[in-house]
Structures are given as structure tokens and as C-alpha cells.
Design a protein around this ligand. Sequence first.
Ligand code: MN
Length: 313
Amino acid sequence: MQAVLSFSPSNLKQVEAAYANHSVTAPNGAIFRAKVHGTTITGYRSGKVMFQGANIDHEVSRWQQQSDKSSTTNATRTGNHHHQTSSPLPTGFASWSVLGSDEVGTGSYFGPLTVAAVYVAQENLDAVKQLGIMDSKQLTDPEIIKMAKQLLTFLPYHVVNLMPAKYNQLMEHYHNQGQLKALCHNLALQKVLQKIQPAVPKAILIDQFVAPATYFRYLKGQPTIVRQTVHFQIKGEQAHLCVAAASVLARYVSLQTMDQLTEEAGITLPIGAGNAVDQIAAKLIHRGISLDRFAKLHFANTQKAETIAKQFN
Ligand code: MN
């Protein structure tokens, strides 16, 4: 079998880099050649990459989305539709081996921003399904904890748990929570891709929190940007179990962290950003405890709590 995909110069460099660990001597006229899982991949200066072997589908599908874009972007830039919403996922996506990511804590004043990435290979789909993970949004805290502990035993994952102090420090620099989220997703995905090597997911699914073009703009300048086969989907947990698993894991770590911070603060830290939160934050200020270790300071709750705290005296 043989297939040829076309890439822009920068995407071609990414293809080459992705196979750097598997490179073999390139034939005359080619700029690189690699052999991986029985597939020979040869790249040419023209931007064409040839895939040859008995079972090339896996490697070809890994690049298809990106190559389509690179070869058609200039010709089809008539509307901005592919900057807006997520494009429909390929048929059969739910049964693919997919790496997914999701986050929790972005709307909560107290506690961390937690992003989890989880890889669910095809052979693990049934086991994940049997845990009853489908409606992860409706699970109670004890159910989340029980389920997460089970998931952790057999799924490759990585969690980026951005504690408030670090979060506040980064927000001083970026002034943009969306960008912080993007950086955390990108990092979590990278870590899992490293862990599962030489396996490669057929696709990556990010629970969409911003338009895809914006997401990648946020990542500009990062040394590594996970981009190949990345899809975005609102309510991603319904599109593939890996996002449901990531959601459960992120919630689990967030819950644990909230318990830990509650213990440190000596007072129960509520989730969310409502009045109860202002009251507790005011108590902490009154006790002379710095909110930086416990809360996301750029929220309006900080000002409100300071006003309330003044009235305590
Ligand atoms: Mn989400």
C-alpha cells in the first residue's frame, strides 16, 4: 500500500521531527526517511510525504487532517467557518484509541486549575464504559473518587494541577485565563504522549473551551505544541470516553486539593464564586492569612472580600 500527503514547509518539518527517532538513510532526492511499525515514510522538499507498507493507515490517519489543511488552506479561505466551531468528528470516532483532556476549577475562586489528559486505547474502552463513566458531569463526589481510583490503575494519564500561588504568578504574566488553560492542556497532552510511546493515539480530543484557532494562537512560541490529529469538541465527554475519564480525574485531583487547602486554611473553602466564597475569603483576610495560597486573586471576589473584611473591625 502507498499514500502521498502534501504539507506546507512548517508542517513538513513537524512530520520530520515526529519521526526523528525512527529515521533511516534517506534515498536520493528525499530529505528524510523513517521506518515505524512496518511503514516507510519518505519526505520530499516539495512537501510531499510518501507512506509505504502493508498497513499504512495508522500513520496516514495521524497526519491526514493537518495535510488537508496545509494543502487547501490558501484555496478555501473564503469563510472563517473553521475558526469558529469544532468540525464534526470522523465516523467511528468513539471507538478509536484517543487521548483526551479536560479541566476543572476555572470558575471557582478557591482552589487550583486542574487539567487532566487520559489515553483510552481501543482495547480499554469496554473497561472504562463498565465503570459507568458516561454521565461524568452528574456524578457525586464519592462516585468521582471511587471511579478515579479505578481509572488510575489501568489508564495512562497526566494531571497538571496548577495551585493558586502558581496560578496567580502566571496570571500576572499572561492576564488571560484561557491562555493558561491552553498551556496546561498542551502540557498534559505532551506528557501522556511521552508516556505511551511508541504507541500513538489515533486522535486527540480536547474538551473545547475556546475556538481552535484561538487555542493555537495562545500556544504560539511554546517549544512543543501538540497539534497533530487534535480535535475540539464541546461536550467532548459525549464524543469519546477519554474526555469523560479526563473530566473524572481532574475533578478527583481538584477535590483532593480542596481538602488539603481547607485543612491548611483551617476553614472549609467553598467552591464557585458566590457570596459564600466572599464571606470565607473575608474571614481569611481578617485572620491575616494571605489569599494567594488559596484563591485565584484576579476574580472580583478579592475586592468584595476586602470590603467585607474591613467591616469586621
Ligand atoms: Mn471541559
